[in-house]
Unconditional design. Structure first.
Length: 363
């Protein structure tokens, strides 16, 4: 931990020197030696301490000292002025930002000095949105409070609450789903936002590869025998999907043209996305009474008999789809016997013909 802290501080100093930030940052470096965080907290630990920005917004400046002391930055002995490099004297001027959003965006740039590996510009939908001019897209401090972040940052079950601050409608759908309802009851095994979308390299449905490879995301849980065994859920859902026409099509696209969009259905095409329900629930898109409607999204001419041909992710067995099982078993026995018998017959016939030919030649 100490080595990591030293490394981060050295990186910070090197970046400042490389950027040639001038006298302001040199003053900050000198002050940083003399000031400790207690100096800052003499004012910033006062309840209700704030300043008004030009936009008329109140910027909260109060720091909870106890909460700060439990943070990962306090554990690393980070000083306030390492991030607030603009502070060169006490008392100091108010932040020179027009509004709170501008403040959050600009101050999050300080995170990159130590956390450069998390700056995934080209792979994150949030970063790409900011690049496209959307200043409401999430920055570091929207998810990680820089003064109170712990390691790990938040509990697994609390992650959706963080995403909710921007994605409230999706959060409401999620909490009503089979995954979200279990999570709100404290079940740590179900997937949260980051399990499917990633953390700093967050991807979404607007990216073709995310849709194409989404079955792999589902398989990370639903093909796990130990995990699914706890809930009595079959683990062959992924293998049966890959074995059918839909899954084979997706597999071909993944292997041959992974960057090309496809309309072949993946798991979320039938089960839903954030609103996934158990197949036993009446509201599920794959419940028996709703299955035809779901199929008609891709097969508009499908009739009531169409979904009856689907084996519901079951592998044929005497208990499930016995006719399919016994027909398959019949062919597995008959085909080797027939082909094997033909090969034996041909071998015997050829051998007999050669013997007769040699007998004639020897006379």
């Amino acid at each position: 931990m100490v080595n990591r802290t030293v490394r981060n501080l050295l990186i910070f100093a090197a970046v400042l020197l490389a950027l040639g930030v001038g006298s302001t940052c040199r003053a900050s470096a000198q002050v940083a030696v003399e000031w400790d965080n207690a100096t800052c907290l003499e004012c910033h630990s006062e309840p209700g301490f704030s300043t008004e920005l030009p936009s008329g917004e109140d910027l909260d400046l109060t720091i909870d000292e106890d909460q700060w002391n439990r943070s990962i930055h306090a554990e690393w002995n980070m000083k306030c002025v390492f991030c607030h490099t603009e502070i060169t004297a006490i008392p100091h001027d108010s932040p020179s930002f027009d509004n709170s959003r501008e403040y959050a965006i600009r101050k999050s740039e300080a995170c990159i000095v130590c956390h450069r590996e998390q700056e995934v510009i080209e792979d994150s939908v949030h970063a790409q949105a900011r690049e496209d001019g959307n200043d409401q897209a999430a920055v570091c401090s929207d998810c990680h409070d820089p003064h109170y972040t712990t390691d790990p940052p938040i509990s697994h079950t609390a992650i959706p609450e963080t995403c909710r601050s921007c994605h409230a409608e999706i959060y409401d759908q999620y909490t009503e789903s089979v995954h979200g309802s279990a999570l709100t009851e404290g079940n740590p095994d179900v997937p949260t936002c980051t399990d499917c979308h990633g953390v700093h390299e967050i991807a979404g449905p607007s990216r073709g590869t995310f849709h194409l490879f989404s079955p792999e995301i589902c398989a990370s849980c639903h093909a796990d025998e130990e995990l699914m065994g706890k809930y009595g859920i079959k683990t062959d859902v992924f293998s049966t999907y890959v074995a059918d026409f839909h899954g084979r099509t997706i597999t071909l696209f993944q292997e041959i043209t992974p960057d090309q969009a496809t309309n072949a259905p993946v798991c979320i095409s039938c089960h839903g996305v954030h609103d996934i329900q158990s197949a036993d629930e009446a509201g599920s898109t794959v419940a028996k009474e709703n299955l035809l409607t779901t199929c008609q999204n891709c097969h508009p001419n499908a009739d009531a008999a169409f979904p009856e041909a689907w084996m519901s992710h079951y592998s044929a067995s005497p208990a499930e789809w016995p006719i399919v099982y016994y027909v398959r078993l019949f062919y597995r026995i008959v085909i080797p016997v027939v082909i094997g018998g033909m090969l034996i017959y041909i071998t015997i016939d050829v051998t007999g013909r050669r013997r007769r030919r040699k007998a004639v030649q020897s006379v």
